[in-house]
Design a protein around this ligand. Structure first.
Ligand SMILES: [Zn+2]
Length: 77
């Protein structure tokens, strides 16, 4: 089964998870146990979706990955 990289929208942690190709949900964050995670395609460059409530979105001028709250995602900054 393939291994994917995920980024936590809450604490900005990145982790790898082996998931089934048929899986439609993302795994929970191993750090904060939040289910608010997303799959990374190549780098942490995804944007926070419009429908995510409570997520601290980075300002449009903020650097790095908007999904990693506060831009503390090491690999995207
Ligand atoms: Zn987390």
């Amino acid at each position: 089964m393939p291994m994917y990289e995920y980024c936590c929208n809450k604490c900005g942690a990145q982790f790898e998870e082996i998931v089934s190709s048929s899986a439609t949900t993302t795994p929970a964050c191993p750090k904060c146990a939040s289910g608010d995670t997303k799959k990374l395609m190549s780098a942490c460059r995804t944007r926070t979706g419009a429908g995510q409530t409570g997520a601290r979105t980075a300002t449009s001028s903020g650097g790095g990955c908007s999904g990693c709250a506060g831009g503390n995602c090491a690999s995207c900054h």
